[in-house]
Design a protein around this ligand. Structure first.
Ligand SMILES: [Zn+2]
Length: 462
C-alpha cells in the first residue's frame, strides 16, 4: 500500500541536526539527505483543518499519481510524544491511516460465464461492459457463487455497481436498480460443468457448486496431479505445474499412478525448446524424486490422493485408526464416521472415493509401484505416554513439524491449543503471548527445549 503522510507540529529547531531527529519530518529529511528514497508527498500540518484540506486535495489528485493509493497516514511529528502515546495491541497511537472512500461505477452486465477450479469448484464470473475504474479498465469480476447472485438479485440485462477499494481486484457490490428493465428475468445458473458438461453438484451447507467428474475434467485432473506432488503430500519438487502440464499434454500422465510408469526414455527430450523442457539431468531428478516418494508415510499418501474434505489432519486420523489401506477401503460410512474429527460428510466422501472402481485400480497401481499403504510404527519410546504437549515459538534443534513428530514418537500427543488437558507448554523463542497468558491462567507448566530433550533422553541422560 502506498501512503502519504501528514505531519503535525513542526520540529523545534531545524538548524540543529540533533533536534531534527526529534521530529518525524526531521528524520525523513535526514534520510533523504543521506540518499534514501523518501516520497515527496508529505506535508507538515499545524491543525486539523490543514489535515482535512490535505485529505480532500489528495482524494481528487490521487488519480494523477503514477501509482495507486487508497489513503493517507497521519503521524504525530514530535517523536518524544510517541512513547507517551504508546501503542494498542496492534498499532502505535501516534500514527493512523485514513482510507479514501472506494470509487464506485455502474456498468452493464454482458453475460455470466463460469470457471472451473482445480478442486472442481465452479465460480460464476460477470463479464462487464468495459469500464474505467481506479486507474484500470475493468472487464470481469467474480460473482462468487449462486447464493451471491441470488442475494444481490442480479437479473439479465442489469447494470452492476462495481467498486475498487484498497484491493486491486474489483468487486461487485450491488445492482444499479435505476437502470433495471421492467420484467428482467433472473440469471439462470448453469447446471453443467463448462469444461466437461457433467451436471454440477451442490453439497448441502456449501455455497459453491462443483463438477463431480474429478477424473475426467481437465482442470481437476491437473489439480490432482499438482496436489499429489506438493510438498506436504508426496513432495516431488522436480515436477512443477509446468512440467505436469507437459507430461499431461504428451499423453504420458493422466492420473497420479501414471507418474510411476515414467521412464528415462519417455522423459528425455519432452518439451524441446520450451522453458520446462526435460533433459538428461531433469529426467534423473524426476525419477529419483519419484523413487524417494515411495518412503513417504501412509498418512501423507492418503492425503496426497486428494479425497474431498480429507486434509492433512483427517488423513492422519484415518490412517492411524485403520492402520492400512485395505481396512480403510473396506469401511462403511458409519465406521468411517467413528474416527475422531471425521464428520458424516467427510465419511461419505471417503466411502464414495474408495467405492469407485477407477480409484481402486489407481490405489492398486500405486501399491504395486511401492508406495506406503500401511502405518509403520515410528515410536521410539514411551517417555511421554499420557501427556499432551502444546508447542509454541521457534526451536534450536527442531523445526515445528519435527518437534511435534518427536512428541508423538515418544508416546505423547501434540496438542494445538492450551486447555485443562494440556500437560506442558513447550516454549521456544518468540512464543505467542496469548499462549503464555493462557498457560499461566490454567496453571499449565512451561518447559524449555532443553527440558524437553532431557525428558526424552536426547541429552544423553538416558
Ligand atoms: Zn467438469
Amino acid at each position: 500500500m502506498f501512503c502519504m503522510y501528514f505531519l503535525m507540529l513542526p520540529p523545534d529547531s531545524p538548524q540543529q541536526a540533533e533536534s531534527a531527529y526529534q521530529s518525524h519530518s526531521g528524520r525523513l529529511a535526514a534520510a533523504r539527505q543521506m540518499g534514501f528514497m523518501v516520497q515527496p508527498y508529505i506535508k507538515e500540518c499545524e491543525n486539523i483543518q490543514e489535515i482535512k484540506a490535505f485529505i480532500d486535495y489528495w482524494d481528487h489528485e490521487r488519480w494523477n499519481l503514477p501509482f495507486g493509493i487508497d489513503g493517507v497516514v497521519i503521524k504525530v511529528n514530535q517523536t518524544e510524544l510517541w512513547e507517551r502515546l504508546g501503542t494498542t495491541a496492534k498499532s502505535p497511537r501516534w500514527a493512523i491511516a485514513y482510507k479514501f472512500k472506494a470509487e464506485r461505477v455502474s456498468t452493464p452486465l454482458v453475460e455470466v460465464s463460469y470457471q472451473v477450479g482445480r478442486t472442481g469448484i465452479v465460480t460464476p464470473v460477470a463479464n462487464l461492459q468495459p469500464v474505467w475504474l481506479g486507474g484500470t479498465m475493468v472487464r470481469r469480476a467474480t460473482l462468487n457463487n449462486a447464493d451471491f447472485i441470488a442475494k444481490l438479485d442480479i437479473r439479465q440485462g442489469d447494470s452492476l455497481l462495481v467498486e475498487k477499494g484498497g484491493e486491486i481486484i474489483p468487486k461487485i457490490v450491488g445492482v444499479d436498480l435505476e437502470k433495471r428493465v421492467d420484467g428482467a428475468l433472473p440469471i439462470a445458473y448453469t447446471t453443467v460443468c463448462p469444461v466437461c458438461g457433467t451436471p454440477l453438484v451442490r453439497t448441502e451447507g456449501e455455497a459453491g457448486h462443483y463438477c463431480p467428474n474429478r477424473d475426467g475434467c481437465l482442470p481437476q485432473m491437473l489439480g490432482q496431479l499438482e496436489h499429489f506432488v506438493s510438498r506436504r503430500a508426496m513432495d516431488i519438487d522436480s515436477l512443477g505445474s509446468e512440467r505436469l502440464k507437459l507430461l499431461f499434454d504428451a499423453g504420458l500422465v493422466h492420473n497420479v499412478a501414471d507418474l510411476y510408469d515414467l521412464t528415462r526414455q519417455k522423459l528425455v527430450g519432452l518439451g524441446e525448446g520450451s522453458a520446462s523442457s526435460i533433459q538428461d539431468k531433469g529426467a534423473d531428478n524426476i525419477l529419483r524424486a519419484l523413487e524417494e516418494s515411495k518412503k513417504v508415510p501412509f498418512e501423507r499418501v492418503l492425503f496426497a490422493l486428494g479425497i474431498r474434505y480429507v486434509g492433512e489432519v483427517g488423513a492422519k486420523k484415518l490412517s492411524r485408526y485403520f492402520g492400512n489401506i485395505n481396512k480403510l477401503m473396506a469401511a462403511n460410512v458409519m465406521e468411517l464416521a467413528m474416527v475422531e474429527d471425521i464428520g458424516e460428510v467427510t465419511a461419505e466422501a471417503v466411502y464414495d472415493y474408495f467405492n469407485n472402481p477407477v480409484h481402486r485400480e489407481m490405489v492398486e497401481r500405486l501399491r504395486t509401484a511401492g508406495l506406503q499403504m500401511e502405518v509403520v510404527d515410528t515410536r521410539i519410546g514411551n517417555q511421554l505416554q499420557g501427556m499432551t504437549i502444546v508447542v509454541s515459538g521457534v526451536f534450536q534443534h527442531f523445526s515445528r513439524d519435527e518437534i511435534k513428530a518427536s512428541i508423538e514418537q515418544h508416546g505423547g500427543k501434540a496438542g494445538s491449543s492450551i486447555s485443562g488437558k494440556t500437560t506442558y507448554l513447550l516454549a521456544g523463542d518468540n512464543m505467542g503471548p496469548e499462549k503464555l497468558k493462557k498457560a499461566e491462567k490454567l496453571n499449565v507448566p512451561i518447559i524449555s527445549e532443553s527440558d524437553y530433550e532431557r525428558m526424552i533422553g536426547m541429552d544423553g541422560t538416558k
